[in-house]
Write a protein that binds this ligand. Structure first.
Ligand SMILES: [Zn+2]
Length: 314
């Protein structure tokens, strides 16, 4: 193999998407790393851009394919969460539809061109423009979940969440769930938030990718082995019934107990408490909506919690 770092252009749903392929000096796994599935989660994109450009192909076993800014329409339009052309959340559209809307076609092309054929997938995220976030790595249940768990743990960010198809499941159609269904080890790695590029979050992502390469045997890491994460098996996404002015009473990463007040939704004139939001279980808010503006059924926060049976006996 000829070790090299090459800029390439991927044709995805009719878009020319910049990517980097790093071919190592020795054979090894094919790792695909994507960022910018959500176009305003900048710390994850910054972490990937810097990490992949600093990779030394002579020290690498295998191949890394990196797409630092995947969702170009969302990136250029600065639209949080959704593809502006169709209003759809790309990370709810996997494995995609070649005859669908732009987000669905983009998901399809990412799945068929990038995810299928990889030995592992890392999909990097952060809190979006109006989300504060505690760093975590998430993986999906499936036949390869032991390998996914190893990658999530190797990312080295405090919390690891396992998602399965149970009644708590908040969303479907994510990159990691589609990869898991195809038998490909995959994680979603989250650090940073609020549309900011922060040195701490960028460094967390870079350390995480280094840990993943080491776990896959692609390159040794100079970083110390991360501390054992907290493992969480429920991810409860809390929504308001009616829209209004959202005020959170807690912070991401803060431990809360069952029934604790997490925040309120009040009328815009401040005269009425429309809804008080209480924790349905003991856990840790992993992300919290920072914007006061929440519509009917608006997403307020995501609470990571231990398995229900553990929580009941704790
Ligand atoms: Zn995201």
């Amino acid at each position: 193999m000829t070790a090299a770092t090459t800029s390439i252009t991927l044709r995805l749903a009719g878009l020319d998407v910049p990517a980097i392929e790093v071919t190592g000096a020795r054979p090894g796994p094919r790792l695909t790393v994507i960022a910018g599935v959500h176009g305003c989660e900048y710390s994850s994109m910054a972490g990937l851009r810097g990490f992949v450009r600093d990779l030394d192909p002579e020290r690498l076993s295998g191949t890394v394919v990196a797409v630092p800014v995947l969702n170009l329409p969302s990136f250029w339009a600065r639209t949080p969460f959704v593809v502006p052309d169709d209003g759809k959340n790309l990370n709810r559209c996997f494995p995609g539809d070649p005859a669908g809307t732009l987000a669905e076609r983009l998901a399809h092309d990412v799945f068929t061109q990038l995810i299928v054929g990889s030995d592992a997938l890392v999909d990097m995220h952060a809190g979006d423009q109006v989300e504060a976030l505690e760093p975590f790595a998430l993986y999906d249940a499936g036949p390869q979940e032991a390998k996914s768990l190893a990658l999530a743990t190797a990312y080295g960010v405090g919390y690891v969440i396992r998602q399965d198809a149970g009644p708590d499941r908040a969303v479907s159609g994510s990159s990691s769930s589609a990869a898991a269904a195809a038998g490909i080890p995959a994680i979603i790695a989250e650090a940073g938030g609020c549309g900011l590029v922060t040195p701490e979050a960028v460094a967390a992502h870079r350390r995480g990718l280094g840990g993943v390469l080491a776990a896959l045997g692609m390159q040794a890491t100079a970083d110390p082995t991360p501390a054992e994460p907290v493992f969480l098996e429920r991810f409860l996404w809390l929504r308001c019934a009616r829209g209004g002015w959202w005020t959170s009473e807690v912070e991401p990463g803060q431990r809360v107990s069952t029934g604790e007040l997490l925040g309120t939704v009040t009328s815009l004139d401040g005269g009425e408490v429309i809804e008080s939001i209480h924790a349905p279980a003991a856990g840790i808010p992993m992300f919290i909506t920072t914007s006061p503006a929440v519509q009917d059924d608006g997403l307020l926060l995501g609470l990571g919690a231990p398995a229900a049976e553990l929580a009941a006996t704790a």
